[in-house]
Design a protein around this ligand. Structure first.
Ligand code: PLP
Length: 393
């Protein structure tokens, strides 16, 4: 069966070039970078070359790059490592639409007695900068605001947030797991102190991440162990994946221009054709400040899960904005925070493209999506009620 993979915000294909550079580190070059002998020393040099590639991609100094096991670890380490450095400060600020890697840390901190402020978003998924300004004070230990939302693709104005936060001397962490490789990042010109990224969102394997820590930022290690990563993250380095991530960053830097323009054009085409072929559709989130690869749409009066299953039967892999919790389908916390109406939130689907997406794939989706929505609406009591209310039935 044909596979049309449009779920790249969930994970991406490992690039063949990345696979190739990783291979020797599973076989011939298996030394431990901490070993004194030449065999480990060579691997240590290669790890540092990969660190240079990541630093170059982020516009950072190599000494500011800490390799972790994933985006979740980077988020946890960034937040908890800062809190540990300022035990006297007990106020944490984040948003209502974070990925659970930050959102559930926020809940945990609330349970531990921290005062937590979770900033609201509007109907377009945007933050109110005045609310950011009003929420921070001398007791605030850290502000953690994601760079772009994984469900809607809405990009937050992280530099403006940074200016507000830094004026009060408060550190800023951002979860850039969804922006790395999709929009340019330059830490030299940034107000951000700590930034998380994850390999598997930019064509490196699952199980490797980065925490960027600006020089001079107070930080206590989250994984306490050996001297690896200059004492900031214990544990023998995941050498093959670090090498792979270095290559993925080099490729991502190259693709940031032309390839991302192409991906955006494909996403815009898909959005336009959906609007032309299906009635009662809404786009979730700010259409201007949005990742170039992401499209979150709601099809009114149908269930997202049913759409996904029917798409999946045709080889199309997307995702929905609902989570199956205790047997009931709840719209995601992101769509709820945005106040997306019930009838639309349940029918939300996220299409997320990559550099491997093609025009032919978009046409395949457009060939099959309208009849699927029609079929589901034909059996939907909500759609029937809607048609009656409109005098169309
Ligand atoms: N943060 C965001 C915004 C994400 O989208 C994800 C993964 O979906 C993560 C964090 C977690 O990254 P990882 O899967 O590498 O732990």
């Amino acid at each position: 069966m044909k596979t049309v993979y449009v779920d790249n915000n969930a994970t991406t294909k490992v690039a063949p070039e990345v696979m190739e550079v990783m291979q020797p580190y599973f076989s011939d070059l298996y030394g431990n970078p901490s070993s004194m002998h030449f065999f480990g020393g060579q691997v240590q040099r290669n790890v540092n070359e990969a660190r240079d590639q990541v630093a170059d991609f982020l516009g950072a100094d190599p000494s500011e790059i800490v390799f972790t096991s994933c985006g979740t670890e980077s988020d946890n380490a960034g937040i908890l490592g800062t809190l540990d450095s300022y035990p006297e400060k007990r106020h944490f600020v984040t948003t209502r639409v974070e990925h659970p890697a930050v959102g559930n840390v926020s809940t945990y901190l609330g349970r531990k007695g921290y005062r937590v402020t979770e900033l609201r978003v509007d109907r377009e998924g945007r933050l109110d900068l005045d609310e950011v300004r009003e929420s921070v004070n001398e007791g605030t230990v850290l502000v953690s605001v994601m760079h772009a939302n994984n469900e809607t693709g809405v990009v937050f104005p992280i530099e403006e947030i940074g200016e507000i936060v830094k004026a009060k001397g408060i550190p800023l962490h951002t979860d850039a797991v969804q922006t790395a490789g999709k929009i340019p990042l330059n830490m030299k010109k940034s107000t951000v102190d700590m930034l998380s990224m994850s390999g598997h969102k930019l064509h490196a394997p699952k199980g490797i991440g980065v925490l960027y820590i600006r020089k001079g930022t107070k930080f206590s290690p989250f994984l306490i162990g050996g001297h690896q990563e200059k004492g900031r993250r214990g544990g023998t380095e995941n050498v093959p994946y670090i090498i792979g991530l270095g290559k993925a960053c080099e490729l991502a830097k190259r693709h940031l221009g032309d390839e991302n323009t192409r991906v955006k054009a494909l996403r815009d085409y898909l959005e336009k054709r959906i609007f032309e072929t299906i009635p009662n559709v809404l786009v979730n989130g700010d259409r201007v400040n949005r990742l170039p690869n992401t499209l979150s749409v709601s099809f009114e009066y149908v269930e997202g899960e049913s759409i996904l299953l029917l798409l999946s039967d045709l080889g199309i892999c997307a995702s929905s904005g609902s989570a199956c919790t205790s047997g009931s389908l709840e719209p995601s916390h992101v769509l709820r925070a945005m106040g997306v109406p019930f009838t639309a939130a349940h029918g939300s689907i996220r299409f997320s493209l990559s550099i491997y997406s093609t025009q032919e794939e978009m046409d395949y989706i457009i060939e099959h999506l309208p009849p699927i929505i029609q079929k589901l609406r034909d059996i939907s009591p909500f759609w029937n009620d809607y048609l009656k209310a409109q005098g169309k039935k």
